[in-house]
Design a protein around this ligand. Structure first.
Ligand code: OAD
Length: 244
């Protein structure tokens, strides 16, 4: 894949870079995407939109935990790939760098990225819906521990934003501010179907950012982007890293 000279120049001049990542960035780490090849993940006969929903928490919290314990079990042996590593390096290279992710796998943090805006939470944490205490869990804690909040004895919920739930307080506002004030906005490995995260792209573009997509497939945002780099994040990001 050839990186254009215009793009190299953009990277040289950029002072502020904002990146939005999705499941595709972790695909090369062995974590399946949600909508790979046009098909949605199904677990025990339920589409993931159903098992990962606020409604399901009310109806069967144990089943929701079983699904997230299963996913945490899959993730524990997965390692960050070169795309995560390049993004961790970029936080030192640009004057202002922001990493926003829809992923809950914690791989950006494991690669060394700091202050990641995790719009959808983190699968390695549990939270109390009542007093909002967050509990870090060890990857080995499958099934999850603890199950009850130590402060108020409420049943814990995976610290993941489910369908029908709000994003963590302040996270989208922070991401919006950064998207609205960046020179380059990169969208990596997301099908760009889930809002409000996908809307960050419009905010960036309408405020003058140069939009670059990294994805092996076309997405609803492809035509809207200034540049679409077709390929795997773990192969393209190291090439972009070179031009800094
Ligand atoms: P999707 O599974 O919808 O999309 C993954 C995207 O990654 C697709 O566009 C793929 O073409 C692309 N992709 C696959 N392999 C790649 C690679 N090696 N490098 C780069 N891109 C690759 O995942 P998301 O867009 O992240 O929300 O999904 C958004 C949200 O939907 C998730 O955060 C999740 C789900 O509901 C919650 O759990 C709240």
């Amino acid at each position: 894949m050839q990186i254009s000279s215009a793009l190299k120049q953009k990277f040289k001049e950029a002072k502020s870079v904002c990146v939005l990542t999705g499941a595709g960035i972790s695909a090369e780490s062995g974590i399946p995407t949600f909508r790979g090849g046009g098909e949605s993940v199904v677990w025990k006969g339920m589409p993931f939109e159903q098992i990962s929903s606020a409604r399901m928490v009310k109806e069967d919290l144990d089943a929701v935990w079983e699904w997230f314990d299963y996913r945490r079990g899959l993730y524990k042996d997965c390692l960050p790939n070169p795309a995560h590593t390049v993004l961790a390096e970029w936080q030192e290279r640009f004057e202002d760098f922001t990493l926003v992710t829809q992923n809950v796998d914690g791989l950006h943090e494991r690669a060394g990225s700091e202050n990641v805006i995790e719009l959808h939470g983190n699968i390695n944490h549990a939270k109390c819906e009542n007093c909002e205490t967050i509990y870090k869990m060890d990857a080995e804690d499958v099934p999850h521990q603890p199950t009850l909040c130590k402060n108020c004895q409420t049943k814990l919920h995976p610290n993941v934003v489910l369908f029908g739930e709000m994003l963590p307080v302040g996270s989208f506002e922070k991401a919006t501010l950064k998207a609205a004030n960046c020179d380059i906005f990169l969208i990596i490995g997301t099908s760009a179907l889930v809002y409000p995260a996908a809307g960050l792209t419009e905010i960036a573009k309408s405020n003058g950012a140069y939009l670059i997509e990294v994805n092996p497939e076309e997405t609803p945002l492809s035509d809207y982007c200034d540049e679409s780099l077709r390929g795997k994040a773990g192969e393209i990001l190291p090439q972009l890293g070179y031009y800094l």
